[in-house]
Design a protein around this ligand. Structure first.
Ligand SMILES: [Zn+2]
Length: 393
């Protein structure tokens, strides 16, 4: 099989890592917290400028409702045909503006540290830059290439979801350069679905000493729900439950009339997810004379390891072997926008970003040695007709 791959595909050793690192650092040094659409716009401006004068079509979807903007870059030169290959990543991060002053980009051996570098500026940059280099060289890919960047992934992609689903539905396959966690070469072929709920208990307040029995404790009520929900970790095989926040009460001597929890649920498949969502929404007060409000639902559907996903993965493994790169797959509990694309039945491969560690954590970093291999792999996936034939059939 290997000999059918195009000979002209560049090897990782031929890729100039230092130039890519400079580009990654430039992106990291433009801070882009999800709640600062103005800063996200500056990064998207920078991306647009990097394509100026090149034969691509760029569409900007402006920021809205406090969510960062989106950018679609399409390259469809004469000679390519069919549904486009889609690469999509986010440019927003969980780090507030000013984080960089406390924790500047730092290079240490094989590690490059920086806020948002691993999740997922390195990956989104590599996807964008891989396309830019293909365009600059005037290469003609077998199919059109689309790169899509959004700025609201870390807050659940409320604005971009519609665009993601539309772009994914029209794509031959979808590549997501979110961070890759384990050994170099790892990609992600399944992710759990994610649901979030808030439960608010309304009780009746009273004096804790004088007339305690007139009161109805909202904290007592919510505590019983906490115990029940956490206990589901023991009984549900294909899902996990976490009560992540708890709030309530005012003073020690007051029977509390208000308490609230937030619950995070991860489910492996759609049937489980739907059943658990229904079960959460059907929760009723446990005690007497209390009221319970339940709000929430599924944010991202499960990304299942479908036959289409396996086919794309197998093709990628063959391609990686041809390029002399390691390749293996894993599944994750964390979600990405790949969940949306996979849930509508498209072949999706996720985790194509750089290896490293520390997503949403202060030790966040990428491994320098994985930059060129990932760039080589992305280039080959976009340029190899043989790969695309294997991947899609
Ligand atoms: Zn991410």
């Amino acid at each position: 099989m290997s000999e059918n791959f195009e000979r002209a595909l560049p090897r990782a050793e031929e890729i100039d890592t230092e130039a890519l690192l400079a580009g990654i650092i430039r992106w990291v040094e433009m801070e882009t917290p999800s709640d600062r659409p103005d800063l996200i716009d500056l990064l998207l401006d920078h991306v647009e400028q990097s394509f100026s004068g090149l034969p691509v079509e760029i569409r900007r979807i402006p920021s809205r409702d406090g969510c960062g903007g989106q950018l679609v870059i399409e390259y469809a030169p004469e000679g390519c045909e069919g549904q486009p290959a889609l690469m999509m990543g986010h440019v927003d991060t969980v780090w507030d503006a000013g984080t960089l002053a406390e924790r500047p980009v730092k290079r240490e051996g094989d590690r490059l540290h920086g806020p948002g570098i691993f999740d997922m500026k390195a990956g989104s940059y590599l996807a964008t830059e891989t396309l830019r280099r293909i365009v600059e060289k005037g290469l003609v890919p077998p199919r059109p290439i689309r790169v899509y960047l959004n700025g609201d992934e870390e807050i659940g992609s409320p604005n971009s979801r519609e665009t993601i689903e539309k772009l994914a539905a029209g794509a031959a396959f979808v590549l997501v350069p979110e961070p890759a966690f384990e050994a170099p070469g790892t990609v992600i072929t399944a992710r759990k679905g994610w649901a979030r709920f808030s439960l608010i208990a309304h009780g009746v307040s009273s004096h804790a000493g004088g007339n305690r029995t007139d009161g109805r404790s909202a904290i007592h009520e919510i505590a019983r729900h906490i115990m029940e929900i956490e206990a589901m970790n023991e009984t549900e095989e294909k899902a996990t439950f976490n009560v992540g926040t708890v709030m309530g009460g005012t003073r020690a001597n007051v029977v509390p009339d208000l308490a609230r929890i937030e619950v995070d649920i991860r489910a492996e498949d759609m049937a489980t997810a739907e059943r658990l969502v229904a079960r959460m929404l059907a929760r009723r007060p446990i005690g007497e004379d209390v009221r319970l409000e339940v709000e929430g639902g599924m944010n991202r559907p499960p990304f299942m390891r479908s036959a289409e996903v396996v086919r794309l993965y197998e093709a990628t493994r063959a391609l990686a072997e041809h390029l002399g790169l390691p390749m293996n797959e894993t599944s994750r509990g964390g979600v990405s926008d790949g969940n949306f694309a996979a849930a509508i039945g498209r072949p999706v491969l996720d985790g194509l970003g750089c290896n490293g560690a520390g997503a949403h954590a202060v030790h966040e970093h990428i491994l320098l040695s994985t930059v060129a291999p990932r760039a080589a792999l992305m280039h080959a996936m976009l340029m190899s007709r043989h790969f695309q034939d294997l991947a899609i059939g």
